[in-house]
Design a protein around this ligand. Structure first.
Ligand code: BGC
Length: 908
């Protein structure tokens, strides 16, 4: 038998997903085989409707037989490699709602020898067919019209004749739902069901309940907070963006050994109370929790719900007309626990704890106080010079939690919190972890009526974000570059929270398209974000305007769209997913909507073929550029950066037309490919006529202007390119080797300089320590995340303009892709890293770098080290994953083709 092993089986990018929306999911695996040249030559997938049948080789759902193919990715269930081919005739029937599929795969290796079977994977189709669910949307009687309303708790009790062999709980909510079963959380996912455009669709979540139910009485519990649906959104007084009535739906489906079934649904027989412990909960403003009002055992059998009222069925139009959809991406979950490292007391009775890391999530606290004692929990990303919290940059977000002590000894914990230690009887320690809010912070301040002051051991930070496993690693001989990598990775973690947000702490936290678009490639190096972007692309498409404009933020809560470098996310992000993961489906699915974005651009061009100056489109432009004009108070006017917006808009129009030509090519749409390529040529020509002089000067004469012109390939004449590069270099040198770029220009700086032969300048900018630069916030401000502005804080001038001073804003972290690709040296040579380009360009004073990336085919890695002395040269150790090939390109050496396996080279 072959040593080759198929491993890492996933369905639609997820491990053993439940509640899939599609009945034709894509199956993928990778092979493990360390031999040189390892590859797959054939595969066989088998699938059965139960694990037992699969084990007994009774493949009642699908058996592909041996398929001669080296492909391990995105094989469409019941169809095979290509979604367009008809269903496999050997498959008895199409999948339906609730079908559970167990599958495994075996492969044939490079020598044609078969592997053993993989482990078994499974997936399940959710109940999305019409009439599949009989549950009603229910809620409390009170509309959520104002802040400060308690979070209602709902319960129902039911009897089961026996313990089930199979049980699924399906739930959805207009609000932030926490469900429990017999006192246990239904799942470890938070902020259920996630954030979509609730006016159009809302996810249905599925959990396996079999082990939580038993014969006899059982109880389902639910707490329903306002969440994105009805909580504060964007501006201080703006609540109930999607509706005033929060509601949820739950359907528990139980199967017994004798084949009988029982269903429990949400309806008006459920009881609820508003007298529970969560008195108020809001994402921006925080949570108020009164432990004296806990209802021990409320979501378990044996509880008497006296005084609880009947739940109210919430019908349309009191709730949105939204379709239930599958949850495409991994949920938001607790990911890591950080200890508090230091405690200070800058003012009497105010204890400030430092996690040493700016993070997103909530604290987990052990508090001691007399019943009724109130403890205030405040947060900050930075400290004032006197050691107190700097909170002005949260703007109107109060970001304050309050805990009122008094949990009854021995009481069960509220949903989602953790066991506590009950020792002292007088003021027993009480554990609190806010459940319906989140904060962006490095520091937590506790103040109030403590029985004994909290110590570091009483305080930890629960890091929360969307599930997206780390895939990229980068390390080199420059500790500041390593810190920069860590900071952009933390910035990424804190801001991928259901949607790619701009910032996690102030009154915003939105899926800003511009920020997402510039960072997407870096994100796909850092972590597995394939499913995350499948989901967000849908959010974008859901909010696309009739004229083709993509919104400024998705889900769209602002109502604007069509801004250059922002709406372009609708084309750039799916294209990046294809390049980084080989995901053609995202292109296929969204092809029309991506193409429609070009219609939008077309519609706002003038007679000369460039985006109009006037036209009424207000662009954000090169947001936050260093050279923005300032207002009378000295605060920067970010949208008035010196690079003309119509130039940027026309450049992006050309870029997206070019991407669409590539997309059409990847999908085999030849006529469209020609059409888009011609459009790109036309727009690029118009761009040159309007914005580029015969001598190669770009209108505005800014670094960003040259960067987009070169980076998007808008000039190709070598002489003009050379002149532009000279001018760009001059604009950098004349600013004492610093950049003046904003959100749109900065990501292009290092890649463009490198591509056109000035990697030396790119390294000089990277390693610069003075303002403005990537290292400045680290050296001068001890930054542990990326900042919205280079000088959000400086030791010389203190804090920057408070209106826009996020200390967790990843846009400038887009330099990450260059760290991975040029300093480290890993890039895709073919979509999805089927072929890898190892092309490090050593520079600056960096003597070695070690980089790895878990691609969908396995982990690729490269370590290079400059060898000094007489035998000066470079040592390179590489791992090419099985089933891929690679090319090694080193400056001054001819490219070398490499097969899969480990390679060590020393070159002089
Ligand atoms: C956000 C930015 C965003 C911008 C758009 C800001 O408030 O935080 O990151 O790109 O608005 O203008």
């Amino acid at each position: 038998m072959s040593p080759c092993k198929p491993v890492g089986l996933v369905t639609e990018f997820l491990k053993n997903p439940l509640g899939l929306e599609t009945t034709e999911p894509r199956l993928s695996w990778r092979i493990e085989d360390t031999r040189k040249g390892a590859c797959q030559t054939a595969y066989r997938i088998v699938a059965a409707s139960s694990a037992d049948k699969l084990a007994a080789e009774e493949y009642d759902l699908w058996d592909t037989g041996r398929v001669e193919s080296d492909n391990t990715l995105d094989i469409v269930f019941l169809r095979g490699q290509d979604a367009r081919v008809p269903r496999d005739a050997r498959a008895p029937r199409q999948l339906r709602s609730r079908d559970c599929v167990f599958w495994r795969v075996m492969v044939w290796d490079k020598d044609g020898r078969p592997s053993s079977w993989s482990e078994t994977a499974h997936f399940e189709i959710g109940p999305f067919a019409p009439g599949d669910l009989s549950a009603a949307w229910i809620g409390s009687a009170r509309p959520r019209t104002r802040a400060g309303l308690p979070v209602p708790m709902f319960r129902t009790s039911f009897h089961l004749p026996a313990a089930p062999v199979r049980a699924r709980l399906y739930a959805s909510a207009f609000g932030n739902l926490a469900m429990s079963v017999n006192g246990c959380p239904a799942g470890d996912d938070l902020f259920v069901p996630g954030w979509t455009d609730y006016r159009r669709r809302v996810p249905l979540v599925a959990w396996d309940m079999a082990t939580l139910l038993r014969a006899g009485e059982n109880v389902l519990g639910a707490m329903l907070a306002d969440g994105w649906f009805a909580g504060t959104m964007v501006w201080p007084d703006h609540r109930c963006h999607y509706g005033k009535r929060t509601a949820f739906l739950a359907q528990l489906e139980v199967e017994f050994a004798d084949g009988t079934r029982q269903i429990v649904v949400s309806d008006d027989s459920w009881r609820y109370t508003e007298r529970g412990p969560v008195r108020d909960a809001d994402h921006y403003n925080g949570e108020t929790y009164d432990a004296r009002l806990e209802k021990p055992g409320w979501d378990a059998p044996g509880f008497t719900a006296s005084g609880w009222r009947r739940a109210v069925v919430v019908e349309e139009p009191e709730r949105p007309h939204a379709a239930l959809c599958g949850r495409i991406a991994g949920p938001v979950r607790r990911q890591e626990l950080l200890p508090a490292l230091r405690r200070t007391e800058p003012a009497p009775g105010r204890y400030v704890f430092d996690f040493g890391q700016n993070m997103v999530g909530v604290p987990r606290l052990t508090l001691r106080g007399r019943p009724g004692a109130a403890i205030t929990i405040r947060y900050a990303e930075m400290l004032n010079p006197d050691g107190t919290l700097y909170t002005a940059n949260y703007r109107s977000a109060k970001s304050t939690d309050t805990y009122i002590c008094g949990r009854a000894v021995g009481a069960s914990l509220p949903v989602g919190t953790f066991p506590r230690n009950v020792r002292s009887v007088k003021c027993p320690p009480e554990t609190y972890e806010p459940r319906f809010t989140f904060h962006g912070f490095r520091y937590v301040e506790l103040s109030g009526d403590f029985a004994s002051p909290p110590e570091c051991a009483d305080v930890s930070g629960v890091v929360i974000h969307s599930d997206m496993p780390q895939t990229g690693r980068f390390e080199c001989s420059d500790p500041l570059a390593n810190r920069l990598w860590s900071n952009l990775n933390w910035g990424h973690r804190g801001n991928y929270f259901e949607v790619p947000t701009d910032c996690p702490q102030r009154d915003e936290r939105l899926g800003w398209t511009g920020d997402a678009q510039v960072f997407v490639r870096t994100a796909a190096f850092n972590r597995d974000v394939a499913a995350f972007f499948e989901k967000w692309q849908r959010d974008l498409a859901d909010c696309q305007f009739p004229d083709g404009a993509f919104p400024d933020a998705a889900p769209d809560v602002l109502g604007g769209g069509g801004r250059c470098g922002y709406g372009d996310a609708g084309v750039v992000c799916p294209w990046t997913m294809y390049l980084m993961y080989g995901d053609k489906d995202i292109l296929q699915h969204h092809y029309k909507s991506m193409a429609h974005w070009l219609d939008f651009w077309q519609g706002v061009c003038n007679a000369h073929g460039v985006v109009r100056y006037d036209g009424g489109i207000w662009h954000f432009g090169d947001w936050c550029a260093v050279d923005c004009p300032v207002d009378e108070n000295g605060n920067p006017l970010c949208n008035m950066a010196p690079t003309p917006s119509d130039l940027l808009a026309t450049a992006y129009y050309a870029r997206c037309a070019g991407i669409m030509a590539e997309v059409a090519r990847a999908l085999g749409k030849k006529a469209d490919e020609r059409r888009f390529a011609a459009l790109r040529r036309k727009v690029a020509a118009a761009y040159r006529r309007e914005f580029v002089t015969a001598g190669g000067r770009v209108a505005g004469d800014t670094q960003t202007g040259y960067l987009v012109t070169l980076g998007f390939g808008l000039v190709d004449d070598p002489m003009t390119v050379a002149r532009m590069m000279d001018r760009l270099a001059f604009l950098i040198e004349s600013r004492d080797y610093s950049l003046t770029t904003g959100f749109l220009g900065t990501p292009l700086v290092c890649p463009v300089l490198t591509r056109f032969g000035r990697a030396d300048l790119a390294y000089r900018l990277l390693q610069r320590r003075e303002y403005p630069s990537w290292y400045f916030p680290i050296v001068d401000g001890d930054a542990t995340t990326m900042w919205e502005r280079w000088n959000g804080y400086s030791s010389k001038h203190g804090f920057g303009d408070v209106n826009m001073n996020s200390f967790n804003h990843y846009a400038y972290g887009a330099v990450g892709e260059w760290l991975y690709e040029t300093v480290g040296g890993i890039a895709p040579a073919e979509p999805g890293f089927r072929k890898i380009r190892f092309a490090p360009i050593p520079g600056g004073d960096i003597a070695w770098a070690r980089t790895s990336l878990a691609t969908r085919h396995g982990t690729a890695s490269i370590e290079w080290r400059l060898a000094g002395g007489k035998k000066a040269g470079i040592e390179v150790t590489l791992v090419v994953p099985p089933n891929t090939t690679a090319v090694l390109e080193l400056p001054g050496h001819v490219p070398r083709d490499l097969s899969s396996g480990r390679h060590r080279l020393r070159l002089h």
